[in-house]
Write a protein that binds this ligand. Sequence first.
Ligand code: CA
Length: 224
Amino acid sequence: MGRIALVEDHERLAQLVVKALAQVGIPVDTFGRVDAAWAALREGDYEAVVIDRGLPDGDGIELVRRLRQARLSIPCLILTARDALHDRVDGLESGADDYLTKPFAIEELVARVRALTRRPAQRLNTVDSFADIELRPDGGMLVCSHEVITLAPAEMQIMLVLLRAGGQTVRRNALELAAWGLTEAVTPNALDVALHRLRRKLLAIGSVVRISNTRGHGYALVEA
Ligand code: CA
């Protein structure tokens, strides 16, 4: 996973966010001003950016507008102390992908960042495929020739990870992390249930793809 940019002038809050994201393996660069963040985001290769609205040299929303005007599609999460409806609309109209009102639970922020980085903007319209199947994450669809079946969000995340592994084995905990994140309590058999449903769906649309349990420590896609 790539780096996250955090644009937040409140030092203690910034430190908390950096620490929380570091704990889940997401490195963060912090900026206290719009101008410094703009310079870095134009150059840097960030996977997502978390932007506070109240910054010493401007409103964080202006930074989002500038990024979009420059056709930079990096996912943006806006933080704000305000929760009026028009503030939310402003934020989303500026081109932000998500919106979080202060005060927030740090786990909630981590979950939102994970959600953003799981669907980076440049991947939105790509098609993921393996053998005779395709995934359409936007529509929540699994496609096999002319057959289409819908996947639940957790099932989609599991299939995306398996597909992108291209037949390599993926460990159970990596699939659980992709499907449910760190903040949700996952029952021990949730992954087994999801895999069972996915296997049935693959059969239902007549695909040659199977999910195999390899050497007892993970799962991989194979062609039957
Ligand atoms: Ca602030």
